[in-house]
Design a protein around this ligand. Sequence first.
Ligand code: AGP
Length: 367
Amino acid sequence: VQAQIGEHDTFMHKEIHEQPESLRRMLSGRLDDRFATARLDGLQIEARELRKFKRVKAIGCGSAYYIGQLGASMIEDLARIPADAEAASEFRYRNPIIEPDTLYVAVSQSGETADTLFAVNEIQRKGGTVVGLVNVVGSSIARACDGGIYLHAGPEVSVASTKVLTHMGVGFALLALALGRVRDLSFTEGKRILDGLRNLPDQVAEIIAKEDEIASVAKELTHAQSLFFIGRVRGYPVAREGAQKLKEISYLHAEAYQASELKHGPLALIIPAMPTVAIIPDDELVDRNIGALHEITARKGKVVAITHSEIDLEGTEVARIDVPRNEVELDPLLLTIPLQLLAYHVATALGRDIDRPRNLAKSVTVE
Ligand code: AGP
């Protein structure tokens, strides 16, 4: 094992650090500057045929589902077609209505998750088109799908997924760009996203370089028994993924909430011992998000903000981790990176088994 993880103490740590390089590999050959779009031959769908889809639905389990939700918002933003995400484990059991003009996207690292595979089979039986965002080449889901985008993240060993989730997000950005460019997304806007994608690997490296700072924020969180992760619209899937990562490896209780829903109930739980990790992108909702932080601090809640240095949080935060700005549609990808390191350092400080958390398997091949 030591030979495989080198200077790192765990696979999770190694996989977090691999991201800048693995992202460069994933993007190579897929950015088409001539037509300001993404080159996605593996989809097996002609560019013009992409126009026939009136809706996109992402399905996956656990973190793959949360990233699907983020992907759906990228597709709505860039291609302006309705998109949503659902847990494959729910989808398969509720006799879903399959539409021929919906593009279904199966999202999976392993390509072997039983619930996702079953959902793919069910969609195809009823005449739907499914493409895969899959990491493991030749896996069952990759083979079952009608086409797809391989994630090329390399092997991921740690049960807690990190680099592959970032690759899934990038996969969705490429798909959103391709869908947008055969609709209303202009050449200039397409170029803006291509440039943003090109900047991502270096910006991810910049965030990882702040590891010591993130570790000291993590140390303060080890005393909490329970945490909130909040976000709004683009930030909400990021919050869900942040809570999931922390739960999986630190065993601390964490709950993700839409920032806007706090006042409808969970605000009652805010006390000094229940910190909130708040995801604050620099988008049109920033003022509303800061409003939510004031509601928390008024109840003596402590806020750790994951945000950008340009944003003035009006003194509501006890700590903040700033990530560089990219394009508004891609910023959520950068906002997830500190949450990987935060979970890792909380769990390390608590002496947990990082790569093999209790009760969990890397891939869930049973129902
Ligand atoms: C992620 O950290 C989890 N271990 C888990 O939620 C995982 O994403 C889920 O089980 C789906 O796995 P897959 O991507 O291999 O299908």
